[in-house]
Ligand binder design. Structure first.
Ligand SMILES: *[C@@H]1O[C@H](CO)[C@@H](O)[C@H](O)[C@H]1NC(C)=O
Ligand SMILES: *[C@@H]1O[C@H](CO)[C@@H](O)[C@H](O)[C@H]1NC(C)=O
Ligand SMILES: *[C@@H]1O[C@H](CO)[C@@H](O)[C@H](O)[C@H]1NC(C)=O
Ligand SMILES: *[C@@H]1O[C@H](CO)[C@@H](O)[C@H](O)[C@H]1NC(C)=O
Ligand SMILES: *[C@@H]1O[C@H](CO)[C@@H](O)[C@H](O)[C@H]1NC(C)=O
Length: 572
């Protein structure tokens, strides 16, 4: 998939584990692992998708494909602190829903960074855009800020040269009505040229939970279209479309709305679909992308991979687009495209001098803390722990398959019980589970495996996002026999749980001191949100004090499909 054809300069080996037969079928998600709010654009024979990254850095991955099936990560739109400074940004705030567009030789990535967004205080942000003339260069401009307050900004060029910015917001003090708002802008400065106007209220009753979001404006065959997301981020999420004689309406409602909605049948294997964008393919056929989740065992509390990117065919009927022939989006769409993607493992032996772009920091590092040296990723600790709303010495890579095993080996000689390094199945600072190595409270040379798990009591409800009502943090210690042997660490994920294990030495069997229910990584933490998904991480911390002890991770292995017999169409 996304990493199969990554260029030779990255040091890792792709192992083909399983080949699927040549059935003509589209296998979803096209970009597995959490990748919400996809925006797609085609330029010539090349397709590009951008998705959301919240408090992870760098922000907005850009994926490239020539066939809509094989996607490769080519970089990130926001990859410098001058574009994105996330220090202190709450979990699930940060970088939201992009719009990726192309106009006369320039790519535009419209984006929103939410700096003030907690359950207590949500200040509307100013959206912005960055530009590049060479999307493969990974060099984008600094942000050009828009004037209005809101999020999910879209950019649209009319035939007469007018540029419209369209976003989701409300009129704050006056009516508290959520809606789709719009201004004409100066595309050089981002300045508004016309007052912000509420151009649409959505098709659902106007409540905060159903608020219209994610607008995209299109001009297709002389008709303007306004595609939006509605219904909140849970099972009521949907896409609806309007058409009209101008980029601002007045709008005619599509009688077939919603044009994308999986929530009419809560046993559909894909749920929460919405936040769509669509594009005409190089052969004239049309294609849409949207986010969706895959509840495991039909349970909305097991969606630990979060919201992934799905593709579907778009046809036309009476001047209206029809998404996926009016049917719910599925993992296996028959009769369109040729899926050639095998299951893949990811193995990085850290012999390259740079990390490939599939790794993320949580917020910006204050200064570099990782070094690549002959066959190891070395992390220097800082004082922050993984539960701090700050920038711990932590590097993560998204989990891409519900059945997936992460493994590394760790050389680490702690000097006391504050120095600690290990691996994590990580969601955010409020949800993370570690297995690592720590030292002796007396400063002696004894080493311990430390296992820290965060388990939440959940309020069960399939319709809206579930929220935790209680959180239990458990820490356990197990003695290690050697003061300095490398220890292999592993996290084995299946549809409903994660097992955290270790083995002293290169060829010992793993021991699993903890297994957690993956619902702990699937529901919003108390006072928080659930917009992302799980990632595997490697960390080194002084737990509140500087630590001089480096941690050397010998390799990074993510193997999908372990412990499960795979059927056709079940590749990840
Ligand atoms: C646009 O108009 C052309 C010419 O009438 C027609 O062939 C084409 O199907 C139309 N496209 C859409 C998306 O309606
Ligand atoms: C709901 O979806 C499930 C799984 O796709 C399917 O088996 C079932 O027939 C659907 N039910 C209805 C009423 O359409
Ligand atoms: C760590 O060691 C100190 C003594 O150096 C001790 O007071 C403290 O309780 C220990 N903490 C843990 C979690 O073992
Ligand atoms: C949390 O919710 C669960 C399920 O509704 C319930 O059983 C439990 O008592 C609740 N716990 C607290 C602390 O409210
Ligand atoms: C997942 O793994 C756990 C052990 O880690 C095991 O108890 C459980 O049966 C497994 N579930 C499935 C669906 O494979």
């Amino acid at each position: 998939m996304a990493y199969r054809s990554i260029s030779w300069s990255f040091s890792f080996v792709v192992v083909l584990v399983f080949c699927i037969g040549p059935a003509v079928a589209l296998l979803n998600p096209i970009i597995p692992g959490w990748n919400p709010d996809p925006s797609i654009v085609r330029v010539g024979a090349d397709y590009f998708i951008a998705t959301s990254t919240f408090e992870y850095f760098p922000g907005h991955p850009i994926y490239h494909s020539k066939n809509l099936v094989d996607w490769k990560l080519i970089g990130h739109g926001l990859n410098r602190p001058s574009q994105l400074s996330l220090l202190g940004t709450p979990s699930d705030a940060g970088v939201w829903a992009p719009t990726l567009r192309y106009h006369k030789g320039t790519f535009y990535l419209a984006s929103t960074t939410r700096y003030v967004y907690t359950s207590e205080l949500r200040l509307f942000p100013r959206s912005f855009y960055v530009t590049t003339n060479d999307i493969f260069s990974n060099k984008w401009s600094d942000p050009i800020y828009l004037d209005s307050l809101g999020y999910d900004a879209d950019l649209f060029w009319d035939t007469n040269g007018d540029v419209y910015s369209t976003w989701s917001g409300n009129n704050n003090a006056i009516e508290k009505i959520y809606g789709i708002w719009q201004s004409k802008i100066d595309i050089i400065t981002g300045n508004s040229l016309t007052p912000a106007v509420n151009i649409f209220h959505g098709t659902l009753p106007n409540t905060a939970a159903a608020r219209p979001e994610g607008p995209h404006v299109y001009l297709i065959n002389s008709t303007y279209y306004l595609l939006i997301a509605e219904g909140g981020t849970g099972a009521d999420h949907r896409a609806t479309i309007q058409r009209g004689p101008s980029p601002s309406g007045p709008w005619e409602n599509n009688p077939k709305n919603p044009i994308l909605f999986n929530g009419a049948n809560l046993t559909n294997p894909v749920q929460d679909t919405g936040h769509a964008d669509f594009v005409q393919g190089v052969d004239g056929r049309w294609w849409g992308v949207a986010l969706g989740v895959r509840p495991q065992n039909g349970d909305f509390n097991h969606i630990q991979l979060g919201r992934e990117t799905f593709l579907f065919p778009v046809t036309w009927e009476s001047g209206w687009p029809v998404f996926n022939a009016g049917k719910p989006i599925s993992e296996h769409i028959e009769g369109v495209l040729q899926d050639k993607s095998p299951l893949e493992s990811y193995l990085n032996d850290f012999t390259s001098r740079t990390l490939d772009p599939s790794f993320y920091f949580i917020r910006n590092p204050y200064k570099p803390f990782h070094t690549l040296r002959a066959g190891a990723l070395q992390l220097n600790a800082n004082s922050y722990a993984l539960g701090d709303r700050d920038s711990a010495a932590l590097i993560v890579r998204k989990q891409m398959s519900y059945q997936e095993t992460f493994e590394t080996s760790l050389s680490f000689v702690p000097t006391n019980n504050l120095t600690e390094a290990g691996i994590s199945i990580y969601y955010g600072d409020m949800l993370h589970n570690e297995i690592g190595i720590t030292g002796d409270s007396n400063g002696g040379s004894n080493r311990f495996i430390v296992v820290r798990t965060i388990v939440q009591a959940k309020q069960v409800g399939p319709w809206a996002l579930t929220t935790a009502n209680a959180t239990v943090i458990t820490t356990r210690y197990v003695s290690l026999s050697s003061p300095d042997t490398p220890v292999r660490l592993t996290i084995v994920g299946n549809s409903t749980s994660y097992a955290l294990g270790y083995a002293e030495g290169a060829d010992k069997e793993f021991t699993f001191p903890a297994t957690i229910d993956s619902s702990a990584l699937s529901i919003a933490p108390t006072g928080g949100f659930f917009f992302k998904g799980a990632a595997f991480g490697a960390y080194n911390t002084g737990n509140g004090k500087p630590s001089l002890v480096p941690a050397d991770f010998g390799y990074w292995k993510q193997v999908p499909g372990v412990g499960k017999k795979l059927g056709a169409g079940d590749r990840r």
